[in-house]
Every structure is written in structure tokens, then in C-alpha cells.
Ligand binder design. Structure first.
Ligand SMILES: [Zn+2]
Length: 318
């Protein structure tokens, strides 16, 4: 730009209205020279927690630049990598749209709205959503401790979006069978929470002794106390692993502290939050459970374990 043009531009800045300012900010945020806040955030994360995506060594050094971005080298395995390696942003194009997309997604906007607001195809919007959510799915605490509450909740089995649907289509308003029968119409999800607000969930084929034992037993810390309703599957688990078991009948509190109110309230919030998606495909249920878990965790933990939400916070700060 010529110096005179530049000077005219600078001089006219003071006359801008608020909407004009917003428009300029938006245009500048997608300017190639503007540092991408997502990449910046990932670089800060690597500085604070050095980690090689290949061999997991913490011995990494800055190693020049590639395509205008910082490159790193691992002293352990000598490989070079960028801050996006091993994250959901690896080889993802359209940097300038990442933050806007995540912001809209975290606000619970539909796939179609997200696509429209970021000017992308619906199929891209779908791929981006599930790319970002796949990280949330595996982000669960290792163990639950102290007083633990467990209860299951159910989601309608859905093959939404699939071409070869195996079951007969449901008619509008048609009643599905009861959830308690372990039938194929409903997918059970076991949810367990401890009093420190750690939460885990497990998608089950059916609520059986073996399934409950397999998912829950390894995740319970020693000397914990398990609170459940009076379902026999939990009795068996507690007997087998010598866990102190407190049964709450009809949501009653036992001995002043043992109840399953927290897990029930969690399940209610989860079901209500899921309504906005008008039924999710069962094969993606884990993604949505992870998304909700991350939103819930954020209420109690100041540390941002979940990067998408860290970025969301970043959006609101800038
Ligand atoms: Zn390495």
C-alpha cells in the first residue's frame, strides 16, 4: 500500500462506527499475517508441557520455521513436528475458520448453522464437528474416588445419516418399547460421578453383570463407597470386588450422606442438553457424551484440560 493511502486509512479509523469496527476486526482475523490464536494456544501448550507426539519424550527443542510456523524437534527420536501434530487440528485446512467454528459449536449451534456462519459445505461442517469431538470422547478421569454414585440413562438407538438402515422405520409419534428391557431400541449409558465432580460414562450393549463389571470395576479407587439404586447388577459388582455398597431406594438419602442425587441430576442435564440435536446417531453418541462431560467439567475446574474449551475462553477474552 502506498504511504498516502495508508495515512488516509489510519486517519479515518477514528470515524468508524461500532459495526464497521467489528467488520474490520473480522477481516483482520482472517488476514494471512494475523497470528492464528489456535496455533498460538497450541504452541503455548507445548512450551508449558513439552511432549513429542511420536515417542512422548519431554525433551523437545524449537527447530526453525516451516511455512511461517514454529517447528520442533524431539531429542529422543530426532523427528521434527509442528504444534498441530497429534491434535485435532493436524492437516486441517482453513485456519482462519477454526476458532469461529469451535465457538459456534460450543454454543450448541446446529451443523447447518455452523456451516452457514463459517461459509462451508454441510459435509465439511459434519467432519469438523466430529474431528473436534473425537478428542472429547476419550478425555475421562482415570479413577473415581470416595463416595461414588452410579446410575444408567438411556438414549434411543439411532442410525441417523446411514444409508443402509437395518430396522423398520418408526412412524411419527409411535411409542418405543420400555427402556428397562435391554431391548435394541435403547442404548444404555452407565454414568458414574464422585463427590469431587469427576464424571465417567460408558456406552453399553446391555446392562449386564459382565458389562458393568468390565467398565466400572477398573475405574473405582480402593476404599471407595458405591451408591446405586437397588439394581442387582451393582450388588454383584460390589460383592465380587469387596466394595462398600449403599443402596438408595427411590432417591432416598441413606445415613445422611449416601444418595444418587448428583448422578441423577447429571443425567437429567445431559438428556435435556441432548434434546437440541433431535436424536444423535448411536455411533457418534460417545462424541456427544464427551462434549457434555467437558462442558460440565469446566464448571468446576479452572485448568483447561480440554483444549476446545480453552480456546473458547480465549475467544471471549480477545
Ligand atoms: Zn520423540
Amino acid at each position: 500500500m502506498q504511504h498516502i493511502e495508508y495515512q488516509t486509512l489510519i486517519d479515518s479509523l477514528e470515524k468508524l462506527t461500532i459495526p464497521q469496527c467489528d467488520l474490520i476486526k473480522k477481516r483482520l482475523s482472517s488476514h494471512p499475517f494475523t497470528p492464528n490464536p489456535v496455533l498460538k494456544n497450541l504452541e503455548i501448550e507445548l512450551d508449558q508441557h513439552p511432549h513429542c507426539p511420536k515417542c512422548h519424550s519431554s525433551q523437545i527443542i524449537r527447530f526453525g520455521q516451516a511455512h511461517g510456523r514454529q517447528r520442533y524437534r524431539c531429542k529422543g527420536c530426532t523427528r521434527t513436528f509442528m504444534c498441530t501434530n497429534g491434535t485435532q487440528f493436524f492437516r486441517l485446512h482453513n485456519h482462519a475458520k477454526w476458532l469461529t467454528y469451535i465457538e459456534n459449536m460450543v454454543q450448541g449451534k446446529s451443523l447447518r448453522e455452523c456451516a452457514k456462519l463459517t461459509d462451508m459445505a454441510l459435509s465439511t461442517s459434519f467432519n469438523w464437528r466430529h474431528r473436534f469431538l473425537s478428542m472429547a470422547q476419550t478425555d475421562q478421569p482415570e479413577k473415581l474416588e470416595g463416595i461414588i454414585e452410579a446410575h444408567e440413562t438411556y438414549f434411543k438407538f439411532s442410525q441417523k445419516g446411514e444409508r443402509n438402515i437395518k430396522r423398520q422405520p418408526r412412524k411419527r409419534g409411535e411409542k418405543t418399547l420400555s427402556k428397562k428391557l435391554n431391548n435394541k431400541e435403547w442404548t444404555p449409558v452407565l454414568v458414574a460421578v464422585d463427590r469431587a465432580h469427576h464424571e465417567m460414562d460408558f456406552i453399553l450393549n446391555a446392562v449386564t453383570d459382565d458389562n458393568i463389571d468390565q467398565v466400572l470395576a477398573p475405574r473405582l479407587a480402593s476404599q471407595c463407597i458405591l451408591c446405586t439404586d437397588n439394581q442387582p447388577v451393582f450388588n454383584k459388582l460390589c460383592e465380587q470386588h469387596q466394595i462398600l455398597h449403599k443402596v438408595s431406594h427411590n432417591l432416598q438419602t441413606v445415613e445422611g450422606v449416601f444418595h444418587i442425587k448428583n448422578v441423577n441430576e447429571y443425567n437429567c442435564r445431559l438428556q435435556k442438553w441432548m434434546e437440541r440435536f433431535h436424536g444423535v446417531a448411536t455411533k457418534y453418541l460417545g462424541h456427544y457424551l464427551g462434549w457434555f462431560r467437558a462442558l460440565e467439567t469446566q464448571k468446576y475446574e479452572k485448568t483447561n484440560t480440554f483444549k476446545l474449551l480453552a480456546l473458547q475462553q480465549h475467544c471471549f477474552e480477545t
